[in-house]
Design a protein around this ligand. Structure first.
Ligand code: LMR
Length: 328
């Protein structure tokens, strides 16, 4: 009798545990490094809103913007450790994990955002999303920010103008090579440190898309911005494979559908932000936007061409060719 009672207690405790597990909300921490009034910042909040509406009581999404939970150096590690479940680093920040993604950093690779989308949505772009599987990372999609513009306290019209100057770069070997190719000194710095580095002269210049230049107020500490469109800055939404595959199938499906929908909206915002923030920067009168002539742009392109020879073997010629073909 005593034994039976003990078993009954055990059984009811197990049942209570199972019931509480079944009802436990899944918490998705989404960490990123930019402001909320950017395509990625707004995208994260829209994902939270829609996911929580559609999976009421099952899923909670906590968004941490502006490097408030983890900065650049730490967010990938945090994802692998299970401290966050969703991040969207720029494609430049994956180079320690896979060489294929580096293709996006090649200077002047895509003629416009439409070419970027053709490549991302094509077979090679999609296979790159899966290229991190071995590292327990699952790519869930690409989000745009925009094309990068060069900025400095002196006018940068031709590649020679950058000679001897220090530029902040994201942690990418290709971006490092790109600035070395024009005789400049690149310096890898976390995004959260850029404003101060520009303000105090730790670096002389940088390359950023319009929405980051505006939302981080970089234009207040850079006298000139050359409209160079010298590279693409976009993101890969990435999750921990074990976490994602362990989600109940119906929850995962809803989250994936929601992300697809949010991606369309983010990319539309990205276009709007690129135009709107450029205009706001212009209107501020705090910096001068330089329009480069086709000849000047061609000179930058030629000066940076050696980066292709240097990195195509490690990225894969088929991948570089597929990206170039997306321009046609
Ligand atoms: C940067 O470090 O410049 C960007 O990757 C920041 C971002 O997430 O847009």
């Amino acid at each position: 009798m005593r034994k039976l009672t003990f078993q009954a207690i055990l059984a009811s405790a197990a049942l209570a545990l199972l019931t509480s597990m079944a009802h436990a909300e899944i918490v998705i921490k989404f960490s990123h490094v930019v402001a909320e009034n950017t395509p990625k910042g707004k995208g994260a909040l829209l994902f939270k809103k829609l996911a929580e509406e559609r999976l009421k009581g099952k899923v909670t999404v906590e968004v941490y913007p502006n490097s408030s939970l983890f900065g650049d150096g730490k967010e990938m590690e945090a994802l692998l450790l299970g401290d966050v479940q969703l991040i969207a680093p720029s494609l430049s920040k994956f180079d320690r994990y896979t060489k294929q993604i580096q293709v996006f950093d090649l200077p002047f690779l895509f003629k416009d955002i439409n070419a970027v989308h053709r490549f991302q949505n094509g077979p090679v772009g999609q296979s790159i999303l899966g290229s991190l599987k071995k590292k327990n990372l699952t790519g869930l999609g690409y989000w745009d920010n925009g094309m990068k513009q060069l900025s400095a306290n002196k006018p940068l019209r031709r590649p020679e103008d950058a000679k001897g100057m220090k530029f902040r770069i994201q942690s990418s070997d290709i971006l490092e090579a790109q600035f070395k190719a024009v005789g400049a000194f690149p310096q890898k710095l976390a995004f959260a440190e850029v404003y101060q580095a520009l303000e105090t002269g730790v670096v002389d210049g940088a390359e950023n898309p319009w929405s980051n230049i505006y939302s981080q107020k970089f234009f207040e500490v850079q006298k000139y911005i050359s409209e160079s469109n010298n590279g693409y800055l976009g993101y890969m939404l990435v999750t921990n494979t074990k976490f994602w595959d362990g989600l109940p199938a119906d929850v995962r499906k809803t989250l994936e559908e929601t992300l697809t929908e949010v991606t369309v909206q983010v990319n539309q915002w990205a276009t709007e932000f690129s135009e709107g923030d450029r205009q706001k920067i212009k209107d501020s009168g705090k910096t001068e936007i330089l329009t480069l002539t086709p000849e000047e742009l061609a000179a930058w392109k030629t000066a940076m061409k050696s980066v292709y020879d240097q990195f195509t073997p490690s990225i894969g010629k088929d991948i570089v060719d597929a990206a170039l073909a997306a321009n046609k």
